[in-house]
Ligand binder design. Structure first.
Ligand code: AR6
Length: 337
C-alpha cells in the first residue's frame, strides 16, 4: 500500500530508510532520535559527526547500521511557537525533502515518525495533517511505499471538529448489532438480488421520479448485468477520462495489484480495495454501492467502517489519505491493498 499508517516503534520497521526527527546538531537526543541511535549503535553517531549538522526542514542521509532499515534520513522539524512562525511550511519541508532524498536514492520504502510532535511540541492533530497532505501529494506523482509510524494512542489524531462531526454521524447511523468481522458475502448476495431484481420492479409503481430512476437502472442492469468488477472499473476509468496510474495512485493501490485486476476480468477484490477504487473515481454513494455489489459487498449501517466511508462520500471528500487518517483513528482497516 503506498501510504500506510501504522502503530509501531520505528526502530523495528523493515524499510529502505527510516526518518529520524533529529535536532540541528545531528548528534542525538531523546525521543525517536534517542531510540534510533540506541538501536543503530555508535557507528551512527560517528557518521553523523561528519555531516556538519542540518538546518530545519532539510534532510541528510546515513547508513542504518544495526537497524533493520538500511538507511536513516535525518531531518530537523520546527519547534512549535504557536503556529504563526512558519512552522507548517518547515514541517512540510521535512517530509518533502526526506521523500525527495529517498527518491534520489531510488528507495522503494520509507517510514516517518510524526516529526516535531514530541519534544518540539507541534500539536499532533496538525502534525499528522501536514504529514498526510505532503506524503499524499508526493504519492500522486511517485511510486513508493510510505509508512507513517504513530507511536501512541490515536484519539489525538483528529481535530476536535472532525472527530466530533464523524462521531455524531456514526451515532446517527450506527445500528446496535454490528457484525463488523463476519464474512457477510452471503448476506450481501441476498441484498444484490433484492436490489437488482426486486427493487426496480416495485419502485416502478411509485412516484414518477422513482419510476424514471428505476427505468434507467433497468436499462443499466440489462446492459451491465454480466459486467464483472474489473470490467466495471475499467469502464469507469475510461468514462472519467483517468489514466490507470492516476486511478491506482488516487486509490492508494500499488501498481502490481492494479495490473492483476486489469488482467483478470474475474478478479475478486477485497472490500477495502473495491471502496478504494470507488473513492479514486469520485463515485456517488449509489455508484459506490453498485461497484461494491460487483465484488459481492454492500455498505451497511451496522459497520463503523462503512459509515465512515459514507460520511466522506456524502461530504464529497475523495482524498483517500484523509479517509485513511480517520479510519486509523477509529481503529478500522485502511483503504488500499
Ligand atoms: N518510534 C516511533 N515514534 C516514536 C518513537 C519510536 N521509537 N519514539 C518517540 N516517537 P520526538 P520531535 C514519537 O520528541 O518532537 C529529540 O531530543 C513521539 O511520540 O522524538 O521532532 C531530538 O534530538 C512523537 O510523536 O521528536 C530533538 O532535539 C514523535 O515520535 C527533538 O527531540 C516525535 O517526537 C525533536 O523533537
Amino acid at each position: 500500500m503506498p501510504l500506510e499508517i501504522i502503530r509501531n516503534d520505528i526502530t523495528k520497521v523493515h524499510v529502505d530508510a527510516i526518518v529520524n526527527a533529529a535536532n540541528s546538531s545531528l548528534l542525538g537526543g531523546g525521543g525517536v532520535d534517542g531510540a534510533i541511535h540506541r538501536t543503530a549503535g555508535p557507528e551512527l553517531l560517528a557518521e553523523c559527526r561528519t555531516l556538519g549538522g542540518c538546518e530545519v526542514g532539510q534532510a541528510k542521509l546515513t547508513k542504518g547500521y544495526n537497524l533493520p532499515a538500511r538507511y536513516v534520513i535525518h531531518t530537523v522539524g520546527p519547534i512549535w511557537h504557536g503556529g504563526k512562525n512558519n512552522e507548517e511550511k518547515m514541517l512540510a519541508d521535512c517530509y518533502r525533502n526526506s521523500l525527495l532524498l529517498a527518491k534520489d536514492y531510488q528507495f522503494e520504502s520509507i517510514a516517518f515518525p510524526l516529526i516535531s510532535s514530541g519534544a518540539f511540541g507541534y500539536p499532533k492533530d496538525l502534525a499528522i495533517k501536514t504529514a498526510i497532505a505532503v506524503i499524499g501529494d508526493f504519492l500522486l506523482k511517485n511510486e513508493m511505499t510510505v509508512y507513517l509510524v504513530v507511536f501512541d494512542k490515536t484519539a489525538f489524531m483528529l481535530s476536535e471538529k472532525l472527530f466530533s462531526s464523524i462521531t455524531q454521524y456514526i451515532d446517527d447511523k450506527y445500528i446496535e448489532e454490528h457484525p463488523d468481522d463476519r464474512d457477510n458475502r452471503l448476506e450481501e448476495r441476498q441484498i444484490l438480488r433484492e436490489l437488482y431484481i426486486e427493487e426496480p420492479l416495485f419502485s416502478s409503481m411509485d412516484a414518477p421520479i422513482t419510476a424514471e430512476k428505476s427505468k434507467r437502472s433497468l436499462v443499466d442492469i440489462v446492459s451491465q448485468l454480466d459486467e464483472t468488477f474489473s470490467q466495471m472499473l475499467l469502464r469507469l476509468i475510461g468514462e472519467k477520462g483517468l489514466t490507470d496510474a492516476e486511478t491506482y495512485k488516487k486509490a492508494n493501490i500499488d501498481r502490481k495489484l492494479f495490473s492483476k485486476i486489469r488482467n483478470d476480468i474475474n478478479y475478486k477484490p477485497s472490500k477495502s480495495t473495491a471502496i478504494a477504487f470507488a473513492i479514486a473515481l469520485n463515485l456517488s454513494l449509489d455508484e459506490t454501492k453498485d461497484i461494491l455489489l460487483k465484488a459481492g459487498f454492500a455498505l451497511s449501517n451496522s459497520s463503523k467502517f462503512d459509515i465512515i466511508i459514507q460520511y466522506f462520500i456524502e461530504e464529497q471528500n475523495y482524498n483517500i489519505f484523509e479517509i485513511n487518517e480517520v479510519l486509523f483513528a477509529f481503529d478500522q482497516i485502511l483503504l488500499g491493498v
